[in-house]
Design a binder for this molecule. Structure first.
Ligand SMILES: *Cc1c(COP(=O)(O)O)cnc(C)c1O
Length: 445
C-alpha cells in the first residue's frame, strides 16, 4: 500500500491513559449517559487515520478493534469523507419509500454483485445490523409461511428485542429485559477447540437436536455467522456449513449468513461464508460497509426478497443518501486497492507474529482466525477451562499502553483482534509485544 496518512502510523503516548482530558470528559459522561452503554475503556477519541486513533490528549493509539469491525478500510478515509460531504451538501434525505434516489439502487446493484451466488438477487437497506437481522426474519417468515427461527449456540445477532433473543448468552445482552418473543431456538454448533468434532459430526448433532426439539419443517430460517464474532471468533469445522446448508435446502429452510461482522473484505473474501464453500439464500451486511456511516442490508434470492408486500419492510432512515454515498466509495476502494489481498496480508502477518502463542504461553488454548479477524482463547494452564480474568488483565494492560483490543466469547475469555486491513506489519508487531507482556506474566515465563 502506498497510502499516506494524516497521522503517523505509530503508537505514541504523551500522557498516562486515560489522560487528563479523557478523565474530565468521563466525569461529564457519568452524569449524562446511561451506564447501560458500557464502555471498554474510557479514552475519548478525537481523530484517526489508518490504524491509529488519536485521543483528546494527543496520544496515538493502535486500533486493533475498529469499533468492532467497522472501520475495515482504516479510520477517516479521505475519499470516503469527501464523497459523504459532497452528498451531504446535495441531498441528505428523501425517505426511499416516499421518493427514491440513485445511490440506494447502486448499493443494491453492488451487493448483488459481491454477495455469493449466481442467481437474481435483491436487497433492502436499513440502518443497523440488528435491523437487518430482524428484516431477514420477517422476509423468511413471509416467504416460507413458517415461524420458527434457529440460531447457533454462541451467536450474536443484535440487541433489539427479537435479535437479543437470537443472541446466545443472557448476560449482559438480555438479562432482565424480557419478555422475549417465542419461536426462537438456539441449537448446538461446531466449536472445534471445545467439541473436538469434525464438521460432519457436529452437523449431525445440530440436525438431531433440531429433529428432536423443533422439527425441520417448522423452521423459517437458520441463521449462522460464518465466523462468530462476539461469540469468540469461533470458526466451525470444515464441512459443517455445507451439511447445514444441504439440510436447509432439503427442508425448505431459508439459510441466512449473518455477515455483519465477518463480511465486506475483513476475512480476505467479500463474504466469510465463501471460506466454507456454501451459498446462502440471504446475507446480512452492516458494520464494515460504509466506513463508519450507519448502513445495513439484507441481500439474497430475488424470489425470497420479493415475498414481502410493499410497505411490509422499510424505515425512515434506511439507506440514507449520505451513508450510501460513503458505502459506494468504500466498496470502490476495496476493489481498486485490493483490500481482499490486504486482509490476506494481515492474516499472514498475524499468523507469523502470534500464531505460536499457544505453544509459548500456557494461558493460551488456541489462536484462530481468518484475514483481519483473530481470536486468542484464554484458558487456565493445562486445561480448557475459560480464563476470563486473563482477558481482563490483557485488556487493562493493553488499553493503558495504547493498544485497543476487544473481548469476546460466551465466557468472556477470548481476546478478539480485528484491525483495519491497512494496518502495517510494524503496528501488528508493536501491538503483539504489548499483549505478550501480560501473557508472559500470566504464564510465568
Ligand atoms: C454487530 C452485529 C450485529 C448487530 O449489529 P448492530 O449494528 O450493532 O445492530 C448482528 N450480527 C452480528 C454478527 C454482529 O456482529
Amino acid at each position: 500500500m502506498s497510502a499516506s496518512y494524516s497521522v503517523p502510523q505509530k503508537r505514541k503516548l504523551v500522557t498516562a491513559l486515560p489522560g487528563p482530558k479523557s478523565i474530565e470528559l468521563q466525569e461529564r459522561r457519568v452524569n449524562s449517559v446511561s451506564r447501560g452503554a458500557g464502555t471498554l475503556v474510557n479514552i475519548y477519541m478525537d481523530h484517526g487515520a489508518g490504524a491509529i486513533l488519536v485521543d483528546v490528549d494527543g496520544n496515538q493509539i493502535i486500533d486493533m478493534g475498529c469499533g468492532i469491525g467497522v472501520t475495515t478500510i482504516g479510520h477517516a478515509n479521505a475519499e470516503v469523507a469527501e464523497a459523504a460531504a459532497a452528498q451531504a451538501a446535495k441531498l441528505t434525505h428523501t425517505l426511499f419509500t416516499v421518493t427514491p434516489y440513485e445511490n440506494y439502487v447502486a448499493v443494491a446493484e453492488k451487493l448483488a454483485e459481491i454477495t455469493p451466488g449466481d442467481f437474481p438477487k435483491k436487497s433492502i437497506l436499513v440502518n443497523t445490523g440488528a435491523e437487518a437481522v430482524e428484516n431477514a426474519v420477517k422476509i423468511a417468515r413471509k416467504f416460507t409461511g413458517r415461524r420458527a427461527i434457529v440460531a447457533l449456540d454462541h451467536a450474536f445477532h443484535g440487541r433489539t428485542n427479537l435479535t437479543m433473543t437470537m443472541t446466545y448468552r443472557p448476560w449482559p445482552e438480555r438479562a432482565g429485559m424480557g419478555p422475549f418473543p417465542g419461536e426462537i431456538y438456539s441449537v448446538p454448533t461446531s466449536y472445534p477447540y471445545r467439541d473436538g468434532l469434525t464438521g460432519e459430526e457436529a452437523a449431525e448433532k445440530t440436525i438431531d437436536y433440531i429433529t428432536t426439539h423443533i422439527g425441520a419443517t417448522e423452521i423459517a430460517a437458520f441463521f449462522v455467522e460464518p465466523i462468530q464474532g462476539d461469540g469468540g471468533i469461533v470458526i466451525p469445522a470444515p464441512g459443517y456449513f455445507k451439511r447445514i446448508s444441504e439440510f436447509c435446502t432439503e427442508n425448505g429452510i431459508v439459510f441466512v449468513s449473518d455477515e455483519i461482522q465477518a463480511g465486506i473484505a475483513r476475512t480476505g473474501v467479500w463474504y466469510a461464508i465463501e471460506h466454507h464453500g456454501v451459498v446462502p439464500d440471504l446475507v446480512t451486511t452492516a458494520k464494515g460497509i460504509a466506513g463508519g456511516f450507519p448502513l445495513a442490508a439484507v441481500t439474497g434470492r430475488a424470489d425470497i426478497m420479493d415475498a414481502v408486500q410493499p410497505g411490509g419492510i422499510g424505515g425512515t432512515f434506511g439507506g440514507n443518501p449520505v451513508s450510501t454515498a460513503a458505502a459506494l466509495k468504500v466498496l470502490e476502494i476495496i476493489e481498486r486497492d485490493d483490500l481482499l489481498g490486504e486482509a490476506k496480508r494481515v492474516e499472514k502477518a498475524l499468523w507469523a507474529r502470534i500464531g505460536d502463542w499457544a505453544d509459548k504461553f500456557s494461558v493460551v488454548g488456541e489462536v484462530r482466525g481468518k484475514g483481519a479477524m483473530f481470536g486468542v482463547e484464554l484458558v487456565h494452564p493445562g486445561t480448557t477451562t475459560p480464563y476470563p480474568e486473563a482477558l481482563t488483565a490483557i485488556l487493562k494492560h493493553a488499553t493503558s499502553h495504547g493498544v485497543i483490543v476487544l473481548d469476546a466469547g460466551s465466557w468472556d475469555s477470548v481476546l478478539r483482534i480485528m484491525p483495519s486491513v491497512v494496518i502495517s506489519e510494524e503496528l501488528i508487531d508493536d501491538a503483539a509485544s504489548v499483549i505478550e507482556e501480560t501473557l508472559r506474566a500470566l504464564s510465568g515465563v
